[in-house]
Design a protein around this ligand. Sequence first.
Ligand SMILES: O=c1[nH]cnc2c1ncn2[C@H]1C[C@H](O)[C@@H](CO)O1
Ligand SMILES: [Zn+2]
Length: 368
Amino acid sequence: MSHKLTLEQIRRAPKVLLHDHLDGGLRPETIIELADAVGYTELPTDDPAALGDWFTEAADSGSLVRYLETFGHTVAVMQTREALERVAAECAEDLAADGVVYAEVRYAPEQHLEAGLTLEEVVEAVQAGFERGSRCAAERGARIRVGTLLTAMRHAARSREIAELTVRHRDAGVVGFDIAGAEAGHPPTRHLDAFEYLRRENAHFTIHAGEAFGLPSIWEALQWCGADRLGHGVRIVDDIEVDGAADEERPRLGRLAAYVRDKRVPLEMCPSSNVQTGAAESIAAHPIGLLRRLRFRVTVNTDNRLQSGTTLSREFAGLVDAFGYDWDDLEWFTVNAMKSAFLPFDERLALINGRIKPGFAQLKWATA
Ligand SMILES: O=c1[nH]cnc2c1ncn2[C@H]1C[C@H](O)[C@@H](CO)O1
Ligand SMILES: [Zn+2]
């Protein structure tokens, strides 16, 4: 195939998304309507387009800590059952409209208790939203399955409680656990109790690691905490040395990088988000290029569609521009993601064989 894939073509591909924050994916117009309904007056503007621009500009600071400050506005308007259900329903619909067939969406229940909801009520409202949104999307011919990850904030001390909440809801749409928030100064081992509990319960978890902090964070996440996957994990490149010209690259992997590749540890890479927080210089300079060539288990994700003004299709289109990826590359990333999902094996296989492979085969044939 000689021509470059277009955004429109990429939208039609059956995609899989493992790292997307519910409170980082609201529609700007929804934020404004919800703020109005609850009397929240701190938004920088009440024009939807200007608000969307404000989020991407404010998040474009080169610092994870400043990037995270923008969530003050989204979390503020997600404090009632109605708001949570609406945001979750719209999330499922927006992802389905972008061609996502399976998504794992995460949020931190402990951040949604300000108006008196309990942790259980928060989870129930979000699940009701995902179910409604998925149903509406299917009625329009875009079938999506959404699994939920419950996040604990790494600067707080509620991770054991959130881990227990995850296990209580694991047969009702919650497929795993995560920790997020500022990485420097908040090592994953602070939450060891939660991770040990989850392992005893045979539950799945991922950890944001190797984004704003380097190899020690990745090492702790894997070797102390036992993470199944790494959120971002970009700094694993600090353990890889490459000699030789581009066409005869000679990589030397340190022990940690070799472990990550040998054990097929999934990396939830989020290119645009990494450029905004300064974890990567540009998309073209993003370590995903090298890691894909070295066949690490790389997946492509959005992180926060609102803050990055992105969609999963746009993330792929950016990679196509930067690295010349074709359908085979996009399918490889997608199968990697589906293999790495926190769904039972038979359900992952059914999605790979029933939706992903036939979908890509059809697109390859149509664009040959
Ligand atoms: O990329 C991220 N790194 C660390 N924390 C993050 C990132 N994106 C979002 N968060 C935080 C802010 C949200 O309020 C929280 C739960 O979704 O997770
Ligand atoms: Zn994230």
